[in-house]
Design a protein around this ligand. Structure first.
Ligand code: ADP
Ligand code: ZN
Ligand code: ZN
Length: 700
């Protein structure tokens, strides 16, 4: 369709598809000047339109001319994405063995990669640039942050003067010019956040176009943090990127970041895939947190990719944690990362006392031992707060018939449906339902046992809802609030609970690990962990690492204002060395013991792993597919191990049977070299299955 006289031109377009690297489309003469590499286009795909990115442009195509379709539209006012961003995403795609399109397109805000519903499109980008960034209460327009940001700075809140340990850590960070990974290790309350904020302020002051990226776990992006950043970085335009923002808002923040208007970019894992032209420094806060790992699509680790990005850009990156991942800890031990430590809490002497309470042979009431109940009463009597932690939401984990042993199994999964209660507050009658936490499937509570007709069905065990009921009964005078994902589902509800706790309007907080992170409650002096045992003896070799991190974090909630405080852990295995290390808040002792075990057992970080997962209607089909894949491998190269195909730990999910095959090697390079040859061959296998590969899986 090219105009007479002008040579034909073809755009190679990236699309979010698991096949093919690029797709050729013909450009009209008017489109040619706009369709530079990095430009956004709308193209036909089947009967639909899709947004894609121009990878390159050329005068010819290898496809038959009549099969080449035309670019529908070049999105002229979209920011052209820079070549070094594509190069980085190319690295990400290569590392995770995906196509560039599969990595690049999902990295764009949904609003911007949704094909236009006709005419309106042309101005979407322009509209978003003018849009106020209504992320939270004190939001302001993206382009106008400079102008009025000073108004949000609380009068008379000077930067705290760093203590000597913090100054030493900051000096360590300052030394890094160019690429360097620093691991900032210090217990909760040791002042890590202050150190990075000082450092980032210096980095941003150093160059007028410098940008800094602060990555935080999903849960960490509380109004508290954005409020602190706005106060601290008065006059510095801030972009906030996380998946819970409304689409248009996220797109507006993203544009401000991409165009360099935002200087400080704070976000969850997806933010690491944002093009940041002036990027000068990266901080990954709570670097051990599992939420940095994407769990669907391209399963990338934002922490690992932040390190890779810093290496490519030649800039420093800081990983901060009270309980670093054993991968990072090991890297610090071998000198690949530089270890910076904050050994003490800022407010000295405030680490809580740890008490282990054996629940056996005790008069348990509502799951709480006598000493536990007494400790809560004592805290309340002193006018202090208590936090009761349990990592299981819902009313009870399973509904049960005592007559025949029936249990409320999920019909689609190898799991039980959890008993939940809705309502039950003032004026609304309680209603119960069963819900599967894996597939989301719901059912009514049966009137009688489906197995034997017995009408006397009862809950087995307890979740946070039932625990809350118990606490209300035990402490009728106390103001009690619960926080877990069921509460947080209602927009703003989680923030309200936290804010009320800060205002001192709550005496007992009960909930899941949502409570463990990042909240600084001044009057909290009593923390109870109702059941710590499920994490101690799990088939997953990372379970103790996760349990230790969680308990450190939970313990770190107590006594932040300096009052004497205690953490009570109900456990049948009080002798476990994990608790000794915890009592001394000695992460190094715990980590070194774990690393010794991992070394002995040949587990990560001494081994590198990839996991192939297959889903099929029948387990046999899934296993057979993996068997064929394994055969394709022939005799794997020296050092590389392909294990036998096995059913996944949760073998059935949402009606699909699942199996997996683990690959491992002591070094990354041979593993990846093998995958590059093997995966295309696997893709050629026939079978009614879905499969995917995961690199560096966190759960096996
Ligand atoms: P972390 O990130 O290690 O949990 P923070 O940086 O949040 O620790 O510090 C914990 C608390 O101590 C915060 O309330 C913070 O404002 C305060 N703080 C940190 N450093 C100092 C300091 N040098 N002087 C006074 N207060 C400080
Ligand atoms: Zn029964
Ligand atoms: Zn289910």
């Amino acid at each position: 369709m090219s105009a007479p006289g002008s040579p034909p031109a073809y755009a190679r377009v990236l699309l979010d598809l698991p096949v093919g690297e690029v797709f050729d489309y013909r450009l009209g003469p008017n489109q040619v000047p706009l369709a530079v590499p990095g430009a956004w286009v709308v193209v036909p795909w089947g009967n639909a339109q899709r947004v894609g990115l121009v990878a390159s442009v050329g005068p010819s195509t290898e496809l038959a001319e009549e099969r080449v379709r035309e670019v529908t539209e070049v999105l002229a006012d979209a920011p052209v994405l820079p070549a070094d961003w594509f190069a980085f995403l190319g690295f990400v795609a290569g590392y995770y063995h995906r196509t560039l399109g599969e990595v690049a397109l999902p990295a764009l805000p949904k609003r911007l990669r949704t094909p236009p519903a006709a005419r309106a499109r042309g101005s979407v980008f322009a509209r978003l640039r003018r849009r106020p960034l209504a992320g939270d209460a004190d939001a302001r327009p993206a382009g106008a942050v400079d102008a009025d940001a000073h108004t949000t700075r609380p009068a008379g809140s000077p930067l705290p003067t760093l203590n000597p340990d913090q100054q030493a850590a900051l000096a360590g960070l300052r030394e890094a010019t160019g690429f360097r990974v620093s691991l900032l290790h210090g217990v909760t309350g040791s002042g890590k956040t202050e150190v990075y904020l000082h450092w980032l302020a210096e980095v941003l002051a150093g160059r007028p176009d410098a940008q800094a990226l602060l990555l935080v776990p999903e849960i960490g992006l509380t109004p508290q943090l954005t409020g602190l950043l706005r106060a601290r970085f008065a006059g510095v335009p801030l972009a906030v990127l996380h998946s819970e923002l409304p689409d248009a808002e996220r797109a507006a923040h993203w544009l401000a970041a991409v165009e360099g208007r935002a200087r400080l970019v704070v976000g969850t894992r997806l933010a690491v895939l944002t093009p940041l032209p002036g990027l000068a420094a990266i901080v990954v806060d709570e670097e051990h947190d599992a939420s940095f790992k994407q769990q669907e699509g391209v399963r990338y680790s934002a922490r690992d990719m932040a390190v890779a990005l810093a290496a490519r850009r030649g800039i420093p990156v800081v990983l901060g944690s009270a309980t670093p991942s054993l991968e990072s800890w090991r890297a610090a031990q071998t000198g690949r990362y530089r270890l910076l430590s904050l050994p003490d809490r800022v407010h000295a002497g405030a680490w809580p006392r740890l008490r282990r309470i054996d629940p056996r042979r005790q008069a348990m009431v509502h799951g709480l031992a006598p000493d536990t109940r007494q400790a809560i009463s004592d805290a309340l009597a002193r006018g202090e707060q208590a936090l009761v932690f349990m990592n299981r939401r819902g009313f009870a984990p399973v509904l049960h018939c005592e007559a025949c042993g029936w249990l409320s199994a999920c019909e689609h999964c190898a799991a039980f449906r959890v008993l939940h209660r809705d309502g039950g507050g003032a004026g609304s009658p309680a209603r119960y339902r069963l819900q599967c936490h894996h597939c989301g499937g719901q059912s009514r509570v049966p009137r009688a046992c489906p197995g034997c007709g017995n009408v006397d069905l009862g809950p087995l065990g307890r979740g946070t809802q039932r625990l809350e009921d118990g606490l209300r009964e035990l402490y009728p005078q106390a103001r009690i609030a619960r926080l877990d994902r069921d509460v947080a589902r209602h927009r703003g509800a989680a923030g309200e609970v936290i804010a009320a706790a800060h205002r001192g309007e709550i005496d007992i907080l009960v909930g899941t690990q949502m409570l463990a992170k990042g909240h600084d409650f001044q009057r909290l002096t009593c923390v109870v962990v109702v059941d710590a045992d499920s994490g101690l003896f799990s088939a997953d070799f990372r379970a103790p690492e996760r349990l230790f991190a969680l308990l450190m974090q939970v313990a770190g909630r107590a006594g932040r204002a300096g009052a004497a405080s205690e953490v009570l852990i109900q456990t049948r295995f009080g002798q476990h060395p994990l608790f000794d290390a915890l009592a001394r808040h000695d992460f190094a002792a715990f980590a070194d013991a774990q690393l010794a075990e991992r070394h002995q057992a040949g587990l990560p970080p001494f081994m590198h792993q990839a996991l192939m997962r297959v889903e099929a209607r029948q387990l046999d089909a899934a296993l057979a597919f993996l068997g064929q894949a394994r055969e394709l491998a022939g005799t794997p190269p020296e050092g590389l191990t392909l294990f036998d195909p096995v059913p996944m730990p949760m073998a059935r999910l949402a009606g699909r049977e699942r199996a997996q095959l683990l690959l491992e090697a002591p070094a990354r390079a041979p593993l990846h070299a093998f995958l590059r040859d093997w995966l295309p061959a696997v893709a050629g296998l026939k079978g009614a299955v879905r499969w995917q590969i995961e690199i560096d899986p966190l759960e096996i």
